[in-house]
Design a protein around this ligand. Structure first.
Ligand code: FMN
Length: 440
């Protein structure tokens, strides 16, 4: 595993949790963790009471969002079985604590690809989060920048690469779908723009060889022509005043990253059709090698589940492998990402790349305990997608910050309970992982 040296003691000046209800170390002499940190995020205790965990945020989003927006955020492939599989597989992992070793809560800073972040978690790339909450990309970017945790902009996100670099200079990563026409001219140019905008990493998504139909989106009418003019959609929007307000303020920007190429193309077709024509399929290994040559910064492959693919990625010189089943949105029969994680970590180590290649994970993360499960199984950081969309739906602009605060406190508390002094120590936690995938 790559990483910073294991910290055996909390670093001096380690960040305090933002939650005033967390007791400070008894020997510190303070009754509670500085109430001043409360002022750092709007909502504070009231938000905690309304939404004490990510589960509450999902319920809140269901109540508050237009139906189509919730269905887009929450739905998966088929009957959502892969989403449930991700959750059940995480829940099934027991972590065994060691006591008598923790005088106070640990720091949770991590280093990823040579940069420091305040927590071993971040926001997964999501295309079209503005459907869920208009302005979502900007709000997630600003929350991550303020909290110094990674934020990954999707190729089809609602802000441009250049805006992303300005909004979140300390935490911005760029995801890239495959745009193969004209010998990858657009994809390679997007990678160049990302590097110029200061992206900390380029993430190639490997796990979308086919365009999946998600039944809940179809049933909600999403993607059908003139959808937003239909009485059903209008009625949903009119009964969701918060969403409508966000829409009036932020509009619904689509595919901004592709606009320059669309205009150059002569704009024969509208931008949505252009995006559909350009984006498609999954990268081949030859194409990965091509991007490896073209992009000098940290290169990450997202959507890896098979140890053999991890070994291949290592051979090609990637810097990171992101274990994911796309949050259950691609195919119901895929393994839970957390169950595939140990095999990928073992493959990276067997290839002698444990110190060079960083393993990341997402799919199903709904709290700090899930983050620690991923760390314990060898990931350097865990990411979340839907949790951030639920928060936007339930709370609006302050939602992403609230998720970050919850994950910060829960990750610290879980490591503290288990007796790990830093994220890097999590791999020493004894655990029971009944679903671990064994191949061959
Ligand atoms: C609405 C939505 C849009 C997504 N769009 C993308 C995308 O554009 N690129 C990508 O690599 N992954 C995309 N994903 C997958 C996420 O990056 C991530 O793998 C997944 O959400 C993690 O699982 P979780 O939602 O259970 O946390 C999307 C996920 C959601 C929920």
């Amino acid at each position: 595993m790559s990483g910073t040296p294991t910290e055996l003691k909390p670093a001096p000046g380690a960040p305090e949790p933002a939650n005033a209800t967390v007791a400070a170390a008894p020997e510190s002499g303070k009754a509670t963790v500085a109430a001043a940190t409360q002022a750092n995020y709007r909502g504070g205790t009231a938000l905690r009471q309304r939404f004490p965990t990510i589960h509450y945020l999902r319920r809140g989003a269901r109540r508050r969002l237009p139906g189509f927006a919730f269905e887009y955020a929450d739905g998966g492939a088929g009957a959502d079985l892969n989403i449930e599989h991700n959750w059940a597989a995480l829940d099934a992992i027991d972590l065994v604590p060691r006591y008598g070793v923790m005088p106070s809560l640990p720091p949770i800073d991590v280093e990823l690809f040579g940069r420091s972040y305040k927590g071993p978690f971040g926001v997964s790339p999501m295309g079209g989060p503005g459907i869920v909450w208009p302005g979502a990309d900007r709000m997630m970017a600003q929350a991550c920048q303020a909290a110094r945790v990674p934020w990954v902009l999707s190729t089809t996100g609602g802000v441009t690469i250049e805006e992303a670099g300005r909004l979140a200079p300390d935490v911005y990563w760029q995801q890239l779908y495959r745009l193969p026409r004209n010998d990858h001219a657009i994809g390679l140019d997007l990678a160049r723009r990302a590097a110029e905008a200061g992206a900390h990493a380029l993430v190639l998504t490997m796990d979308v060889p086919v365009r999946t139909v998600r039944p809940r989106e179809v049933a909600a009418g999403l993607g059908s022509p003139g959808f937003m003019r239909r009485p059903q959609a209008i009625a949903q929007v009119l009964t969701s005043p918060g969403w409508l307000r966000a829409f009036m303020q932020n509009g619904q920007p689509r595919f901004g990253n592709l606009k320059p190429y669309h205009e150059k193309d002569g704009a024969e077709m509208d931008l949505v059709k252009f995006a559909r024509r350009e984006i498609g399929g999954a990268y081949t290994w030859d194409e990965v090698a091509r991007f490896r040559d073209a992009y000098r910064g940290p290169l990450v492959l997202k959507g890896i589940l098979h140890p053999g693919d991890a070994a291949r990625a290592v051979q090609l010189g990637v810097d990171g492998i992101w274990v994911s089943n796309h949050g259950g949105r691609q195919l119901e029969g895929l393994p839970a990402a957390i169950d595939a994680l140990p095999g990928v970590v073992a493959a990276v180590q067997a290839a002698g790349a444990g110190g060079r290649v960083t393993v990341l994970m997402d799919s199903g993360v709904r709290g700090g305990t899930d983050v620690v499960r991923a760390l314990a199984l060898g990931a350097k950081a865990a990411f979340a997608g839907k949790a951030f969309l639920w928060a936007l739906g339930a709370i609006g602009e302050d939602g992403p910050r609230h998720v970050i605060d919850l994950l910060t406190d829960e990750t610290r508390a879980a490591l503290g309970q288990l007796g790990a002094h830093a994220p890097a120590e999590a791999t020493a936690i004894a655990l029971h992982h009944p679903g671990a995938l064994r191949l061959g």
